[in-house]
Design a protein around this ligand. Structure first.
Ligand code: AMP
Ligand code: ZN
Length: 115
């Protein structure tokens, strides 16, 4: 998608601090970190929102979770733990219309529901 910030990051047209990359998945540091560790994990395939995921994407969704496990192990935060957030649609405040999972760690997280 031409106007998609995350597609531009995938293509290298916008710089990013990559944390993990394989054929289908990219993870990079959030530009406005909300925790000492704040990583965005995205599929390289452009999917606008979680509601646009189809059965055809099952493999990609599984790969995202596998990548998150690899990143967590690589960063050594397995024991302390982390929080995973995915916004979907206007009420959630989703700003970038390319699905992404926020991986947050490195501090004690607040209440379970994020404002
Ligand atoms: P969301 O509100 O769930 O759509 O989150 C979008 C996230 O993308 C925000 O936390 C932004 O800080 C982050 N973001 C936007 N542009 C960039 C960028 N160029 N590099 C890294 N993170 C970005
Ligand atoms: Zn995109």
């Amino acid at each position: 998608m031409e106007d998609c910030t995350f597609c531009k990051i995938i293509k290298g047209e916008i710089p990013s601090e990559k944390v993990y990359e394989d054929e289908e998945i990219l993870a990079f540091k959030d530009i406005h970190p909300a925790a000492p560790i704040h990583i965005l994990v995205i599929p390289k395939k452009h999917i606008a929102t979680l509601m646009d995921v189809t059965p055809e994407d099952s493999n990609i969704m599984a790969k995202i979770l596998e990548s998150i496990q690899k990143i967590v192990k690589k960063l050594g935060i397995e024991e302390n733990g982390f929080r995973l957030i995915a916004n979907c649609g206007p009420a959630s405040g989703q700003e970038v219309m390319h699905i992404h999972f926020h991986l947050l760690a490195g501090r004690k997280m607040g209440p379970k529901i994020i404002s």
